[in-house]
Design a protein around this ligand. Structure first.
Ligand code: ATP
Ligand code: MG
Length: 365
């Protein structure tokens, strides 16, 4: 990936442009962590970038950066810029392209995110971000209060990075977050969810949630149940415990899972009928919250005599002909009864036993 990035920088250099890898990739690189997306900053204008990389460019997004895909690697190429007056504490109202790396670095969020790699592979550290990485500390580029007031998403980014990298927030950052956290209320739930998802899927999720609570962000994020979370091993399971499916955006499928997890939490997750009816996933998620191991749920689930109706060895057609009837709605009731009897081990899922039971029980319907 590093080589691919240098190649891209050199291609821009061949056309007379200055370009650097910047941000998360460099931060992770100096820490020895692999990262997936590569951010590039350059003095080339978007139109120049588009003409150099033609077919590899994705359609432009509104923020003016261009995504180039080369050999399956995603490069986000952004022209050096200065930003002015922030609207809604989110996107800058206006920005201007500039020709100065140092100026571009000043608009960025945290010092650790200002390291660059040039086209020769050298790390360039104009704002001394490496020191912060070495000290595992998150400090803003310039005044923290201003940075968070300009863009309150930086608050969640700070928590996310502290969680994922196991870094400390500087005292100034903590203080500024406490003063600006009220701005989180106005941010889009979609973006808030994206940041929270990253915290909730981190291996250090527990510490991440503790930090959100320590900073008192649960109120602004409208997550009153945040301090009651009991299990962290599944993203949707975490959201299910937060009970905010009507506030934050979720897909239809996610909402359905959340509803089921919440419903099945009130039941015995090792009971055969509950396992059969709700399936393995929602039961294991709900069980984990009660301290029941996934292993135990797996064992119980695997031991079920049937896992779905299609596992019953007697077909609808066969039942109908046993009873000399045309297939119809009555089959549903018979199947329900068979499922019940098989799951409670009163009846074996074997043809002979099922035939005998059906004939005896239903011949007069
Ligand atoms: P990762 O990609 O691992 O999530 P990252 O630091 O690369 O982390 P990106 O969202 O890819 O984060 O942004 C790339 C760079 O752009 C950041 O490192 C930072 O320098 C700058 N940046 C991103 N978002 C903001 C923001 N809201 N305010 C200021 N600078 C930002
Ligand atoms: Mg990045």
């Amino acid at each position: 990936m590093f080589q691919a990035a240098l190649k891209l920088l050199n291609k821009l250099a061949e056309h007379g442009f200055e370009a650097y890898v910047v941000g998360g990739f460099v931060r992770d690189y100096v820490m020895g962590i692999e990262s997936n997306d590569i951010d590039i900053c350059t003095n080339a204008q978007p139109k120049d970038v588009r003409s150099i990389f033609k077919d590899a460019c994705l359609p432009t997004e509104d923020y003016g950066s261009i995504t180039v895909i080369l050999k399956n690697i995603r490069f986000e190429i952004t022209t050096f810029r200065r930003e002015y007056s922030y609207m809604n504490h989110r996107k800058p109202e206006r920005f201007e392209f500039i020709n100065d790396l140092q100026e571009d670095l000043k608009r960025r969020d945290f010092l650790m995110n200002t390291l660059c790699i040039d086209c020769h592979g050298n790390v360039i550290d104009l704002l001394h971000g490496k020191e912060d990485i070495d000290h595992r500390i998150i400090r803003t580029v310039g005044d923290s209060y201003t940075k968070f007031s300009e863009d309150a998403f930086r608050i969640l980014r700070a928590v996310r990075f502290a969680t994922y990298l196991d870094f400390q927030l500087s005292p100034e950052v903590i203080d500024a977050i406490r003063k600006t956290k009220y701005l989180l209320k106005d941010l889009s739930y979609q973006r808030k969810r994206e940041e929270l998802d990253k915290i909730f899927t981190s291996v250090r999720v527990k510490e991440g949630i503790a930090l959100l609570l320590e900073l008192g962000l649960e109120e602004e994020l409208e997550l009153p149940k945040l301090k009651e979370i009991q299990s962290y091993d599944d993203l949707i399971g975490t959201w299910a415990q937060l009970e905010v499916q009507d506030l934050y955006p979720f897909t239809k499928n996610e909402k359905e899972l959340i509803r089921k997890i919440q419903e099945v939490y009130t039941k015995d997750n090792l009971h055969p009928k509950v396992l059969y009816m709700y399936g393995f996933y929602v039961n294991s998620v709900a069980a984990s919250r009660k301290g029941i191991s996934k292993k135990e749920v797996t064992a119980r689930y695997n031991a079920l005599p049937i896992h779905s109706r299609s596992d019953i060895v007697l077909s609808g057609q066969e039942i109908a002909s046993l009873l000399n009837k045309k297939p119809g709605g009555y089959l549903r009731d018979i199947y329900r009864d068979l499922e019940d009897k098989i799951l409670s081990l009163e009846l074996a899922n074997e043809k002979e036993a099922l035939v005998q039971y059906v004939v005896q029980q239903y011949r007069d319907i």
